[in-house]
Ligand binder design. Structure first.
Ligand code: NDP
Ligand SMILES: O=C1O[C@H](COP(=O)(O)O)[C@@H](O)[C@H](O)[C@H]1O
Length: 506
């Protein structure tokens, strides 16, 4: 993220190098960073897994992944040869202490050959039950306590609840310093999410009105048209609240609501974000009843094809009460945001894939133009579209051409397509480069994770204790349960959606 820091020589140890995340995201991201000359010339990638590969069969598999998933398309033959010459495979069982000694010798070999001692990034792309055993074994490596160059990247989910997140934090901090721990949230790597910082704190225009005096309400809506796909086993033990709200949505909310930081330091930004989480109102019995909604999708039709209901998905319990949709109303109890509702919603098998932040401003204090119909009148609204459209729209009222003073809302639009020629990097590219640079700004600090868990625990506990919910309660390809409409409609608002463009639908 910070352009004034350059990566040093680096060794990537990818635990779970043979897995889905490495194939679809990590290796394509590292390859793109290499293509765009962001990597230091001295780097090595070590894939770790139990599968019986040698270097060449491992690399062949990774190439297929790059060809299929990289945003830069099929790999260039020469560039791939150069990139892949840095990749090796080490057959490893994370439970086997002897395998960590082999990692140690790889590190020592590079230390002896390279111009300076490398940064060592242990990337834990394995199931979370392996995080403790890997961390404990890494503690035995000579380099583990070297704060300046050894880093551990932890994939989501970071804990299953507050207690397990605390346990994991305690274990990690007994081995590593906080500045060595990189808890990943890929939403923070998204270009449009990072742009919130630029938009809010590099423009004089918006900050003076960014508060309860001018803003009526805020919406954060992250909807997906896909179901749980092949992750039913994981998802059924998680649900939408844990999978999306506790992490991605609360992190985005923090960027919308944080106070201006005094500088661009990782600690300063993360302090301001955690302040927001600490100020968020806890859910008591009344808020649980009135301000939260959950749902689960049933079968339906998507683009002419019949799709299964959640309970029929592979890996999902046939009478599962796991929510695939969550909506809630939050309040932030501080001077800036008192009484401004923040509505959030997320769900799978929703009619439209779309991640948007909508900020609705208060009405004008006095309207001088008579006879405006309700369709022609819209309070000012700022829409930050994270994906698939990457844009910022400011909806303002304008006079429609004609002899009468008829108003209608129009959009002032900044669209990434058409403004910038280059493709935006994938979230993992930004985050991996930051891990190489040692920049933690876009990674979650331990207290942030725990405060976010603390906030949602009453909702989780309440939902888990009341099993009598009548699921499924929304059909695939709908906008979620009707109660989610009611949650916002009872305050006089409605969920904002962007019109679907043909290209948005796969
Ligand atoms: N896939 C995705 O899109 C996303 C994944 N994540 C997170 O990333 C992590 C990995 O997910 P994903 O790649 O999908 O999982 P996969 O099941 O595809 O991969 C799991 C990996 O763990 C390795 N592994 C399992 N047991 C051992 C062992 N005893 N010793 C050594 N290696 C072992 C497997 O290697 P082998 O089989 O060769 O032993 C494999 O490489 C999870 O925490 C997940 O929540 C987060 C966001 C998105
Ligand atoms: O972390 C996760 O995110 C994806 C959605 O990510 P996006 O970048 O496609 O918006 C979600 O599908 C998945 O369930 C969740 O684990």
């Amino acid at each position: 993220m910070k352009s004034n820091i350059k990566p040093k020589p680096t060794i990537f140890m990818i635990f779970g190098g043979t897995g889905d995340l490495a194939e679809r995201k990590l290796i394509p991201a590292l390859y793109n960073l290499f293509l765009e000359n962001y990597m230091h010339k001295e780097f090595a990638i070590v894939g770790l897994g139990r599968t019986d590969y040698n270097d060449s069969s491992f690399i062949k598999n990774l190439l297929a992944g790059v060809n299929k998933f990289s945003r830069s398309g099929k790999a260039d033959k020469e560039k791939w040869a150069e990139f892949s010459s840095r990749i090796t495979y080490l057959r490893t069982d994370v439970n086997n202490e002897g395998d960590y000694l082999k990692m140690q010798s790889i590190i020592e070999k590079h230390e002896a050959e390279w111009s300076e001692k490398p940064a060592i990034i242990h990337y834990l792309a394995v199931a979370p039950n392996f995080f403790p055993i890997i961390a404990s074994n890494l503690a035995k490596l000579d380099s583990a306590s070297d704060c300046l160059r050894t880093r551990i990247v932890i994939e989501k989910p970071f804990g299953h609840d507050l207690e397990s997140a605390k346990e994991l934090n305690n274990l990690l901090s007994s081995i590593f310093a906080e500045k060595q721990i990189y808890r990943i949230d890929h939403y923070l790597g998204k270009e449009t999410v990072q742009n919130m910082l630029a938009f809010r704190f590099a423009n004089a225009l918006f900050e003076p009105i960014w508060n309860r005096n001018f803003i009526e309400h805020v919406q954060i809506s992250v909807t997906e048209d896909i179901g749980v796909e092949d992750r039913g086993g994981y998802y059924d033990g998680s649900g939408a609240l844990r999978d999306m709200v506790q992490n991605h949505i609360l992190q985005v909310l923090c960027l919308v609501a944080m106070e201006p930081p005094v500088n661009f330091d990782a600690e300063e930004i993360r302090n301001r974000k955690v302040d927001v989480l600490r100020a968020m109102r806890k859910f008591g019995t009344e808020e649980l009843r009135n301000n939260t909604v959950r749902g689960q999708y049933s079968e339906g039709w998507v683009k002419g094809e019949k799709v299964a209901g959640y309970r029929e998905e592979e890996g999902v319990n046939k009478d599962s009460n796991t929510e695939t949709f969550a909506a809630m109303k939050f309040f932030i109890d501080n001077w800036r945001w008192q009484n401004v509702p923040f509505y959030v919603r997320t769900g799978k098998r929703i009619h439209q894939k779309s991640s948007i932040i909508s900020i609705q401003f208060k009405d004008v204090p006095h309207l001088i133009f008579p006879s405006q119909s309700s369709e022609s009148w819209q309070q000012n609204r700022l829409i930050i579209s994270i994906q698939p459209e990457m844009s910022i729209r400011l909806q303002v009222q304008a006079k429609r051409p004609g002899v009468d003073m008829i108003l209608n809302p129009v959009d002032m639009v900044f669209n990434y397509d058409g403004t910038y020629e280059n493709d935006s990097p994938e979230a993992y590219e930004t985050l991996l480069l930051d891990a190489m640079k040692g920049d933690q700004t876009l990674f979650m600090r331990g207290d942030q994770v725990e405060t976010a868990w603390d906030l949602i625990m009453p909702v989780l506990e309440s939902w888990e204790s009341k099993k009598s919910i009548s699921f499924p309660n929304y059909s695939a390809d709908s906008w979620g349960p009707e109660t989610a409409e009611a949650l916002i409609a009872k305050d006089g608002f409605h969920w904002f959606t962007l019109p679907i463009k043909k290209t948005d639908k796969k």
